[in-house]
Structure formats: structure tokens, C-alpha cells
Design a protein around this ligand. Structure first.
Ligand code: FES
Length: 145
């Protein structure tokens, strides 16, 4: 399966690349199989994600999915951002080849990690709100889907 035009567009012209200084939340996730890393920064005001930026040291599909994921959560409430699934990101990109599905999981998890960090900084336990985050060190064996 070839990459869709949308994937190529977001890979060639990724949106929201960079860092946010003094971000309210920073999430970093990695995939142990391919070694790719994604870092996501969020700025939160009144429960709304007013700004989001990312850096991805990874493959083209990881860049495209992070780009699309940031576009989908910008201006949304934290609750809505947490509901964003990798499937929704893939659909917004008109699909990904099956071997690249795990790259979109990285984007979903990076958002959750950033929100987790945001709550942790506020002194709130993030796990009941955000749930389990699949990281490189995850022992559940569920992270390399
Ligand atoms: Fe690692 Fe795509 S191959 S994130």
C-alpha cells in the first residue's frame, strides 16, 4: 500500500513542529522496536489545549501522524484530546500501511504523556484520568502493536 497524499503532505510539511518554552506539559514516548522517539509539548489554558508542538525523531509515518495529531487536538479540551485514538489520526490521514500502524500509536501516546505531565505538575495523579501510557519500558507487552 502506498502512502496517501495526506500522509505525504504532513510528512513533507509537518504542522506544529518545534518546542514550547515553559510548556504546561511535556510527553516523551518511544518505540523499543524501531527506536523512534516522539516528544510533545502542550500549553493549557482553562482546560483547553491552546498550543501544541512536537518533535519526532522517527520515520515518515511518525512525523505525519504527529503532525496530524497536533492539528486535531489544537484548540480542543483536554478531555477531547484524550479521546483521540491512533485510528482517528490514521483515518484523518486516509490510512497507513499496516506495518506503520505502530507509528500512529506513538502519536496518541505522546499526547497522553504530555497531559499526564500536565496533571503531575498540578499535583494531580494522572493515571485515573489519562490511563496507562505505553512507553518504551512498558512491561505489559502491549506497546508495539
Ligand atoms: Fe518507528 Fe515509524 S518506524 S515510529
Amino acid at each position: 500500500m502506498a502512502y496517501s497524499e495526506k500522509v505525504m503532505d504532513h510528512f513533507a510539511n509537518p504542522r506544529n513542529v518545534g518546542e514550547i518554552e515553559n510548556a504546561d506539559g511535556i510527553g516523551e514516548v518511544g518505540n523499543s522496536k524501531c527506536g523512534d522517539i516522539m516528544k510533545m509539548y502542550i500549553r493549557v489554558e482553562n482546560n483547553i489545549i491552546v498550543d501544541v508542538k512536537f518533535k519526532t525523531f522517527g520515520c515518515g509515518a511518525a512525523i505525519a501522524t504527529s503532525s496530524m495529531a497536533t492539528e486535531l487536538i489544537k484548540g480542543k479540551s483536554i478531555d477531547d484530546a484524550l479521546k483521540l485514538t491512533n485510528k482517528a489520526v490514521m483515518e484523518a490521514l486516509d490510512g497507513l500501511p499496516p506495518v506503520k500502524v505502530h507509528c500512529s500509536v506513538l502519536a496518541e501516546q505522546a499526547i497522553k504523556a504530555a497531559v499526564s505531565d500536565y496533571y503531575t505538575k498540578l499535583g494531580i495523579d494522572p493515571e485515573p484520568i489519562v490511563g496507562h501510557i505505553h512507553t518504551e519500558d512498558c512491561e505489559h507487552g502491549c506497546c508495539n502493536a
